[in-house]
Design a protein around this ligand. Sequence first.
Ligand code: EPU
Length: 348
Amino acid sequence: MRIRKDVSLIDQHTFHADVTAAWFAEAHHLTDLVALLRSGVRPALILGEGSNVLFAADFPGLVIKNCLLGKSFRQADQVPGKGLVEVAAGENWADFVAWTLEQGLGGLENLSLIPGTAGAAPIQNIGAYGVELSDLLLSLEAYDIEQEKLVTLDKEVCRFGYRSSRFKEDWKGRFVITRLFLLLSAASHSLKTAYGDLESRLQHIPAEKRKPSDVARAVIDIRKSKLPDPALLGNAGSFFKNPVVEGAQFETLLNLYPDLVFFPQGEGQYKIPAAWLLDKGGWKGKQIGRVACHDRQPLVIVNVGGAGGEEILEFAKMVATDISARFGIVLEPEVNMYPPGKWLEDTY
Ligand code: EPU
């Protein structure tokens, strides 16, 4: 295992900002990971494919790229018609999903083509087209940096929510996820096609004949038509979470904007697509310097070419400040930021 000094991270994260890590190493085995963590170099940061991170400054410590590989599945003895799947944290998520479909397993098709690694997926509980990772996850294996040992964490203790988990909150920096355990369907798949334009893309296939791979193909087509490929245009997917507003604020917004798009969440709460707010606020396709809101999906902030992390962060703050002034809604980033700070208050 090689530990390198002063390494550019430009190709290690999908925003492609040219920042440097003081130290950088790849962990291909669990023993590498443990040795690196025990080396005492701090801060230490675990990186997968860097598809949900914005580096606004050089990283002063050790960046460890999680390269643990391996995946397998077996029939679940106690649950007929189900397959138990294991995947190591460094596997590419989209390739893993495609592999489960090749094995005849269903459940992850709506999560096709999401960039990043399997190990990063639980951190923000990745989700798309009406399915979240936590719907399929049973448990995960992680290295506990505090107790210096491998542990198994059941799904229930991870407090998964919309784009959230304890790994982003009170467990931030404590665990390194090494393996996921999922329960997928091996027969009688239950397909979820109600979200957005998924159903209309599948109209040509009678409902009883649809397979998980048909849904995956439709999801891949939609994603390719809307979302920029990070290999061609630096981005980290949705930059902000979709905000949830309470009844009174919702009524005011609806009075002001009769064309408001919203999704009732129950208990007087309504989720508003951040993309709608950005579109309405004139941010769709708007570029300032070398950063822009994408012209097909404004929720995706793109590095048009050569922007540094700080410039991207400044743009994101400008967008959020404007949306807050227009609609009274403070957009919260979905992307992880380094160095961490208080959104819209701290200088990063
Ligand atoms: N909209 C506009 N103008 C636009 C685009 C969208 O008004 O230019 C409105 C439309 O009303 C549309 C709504 O926004 O119905 C929602 O847009 P979309 O269905 O494209 O999805 P989203 O809510 O913006 C979320 C996830 C995506 C995920 C899609 C599909 C978040 C923050 N984002 O986006 O996740 O792929 O749904 O499930 O929840 C990601 O997390 O990186 C990501 C891409």
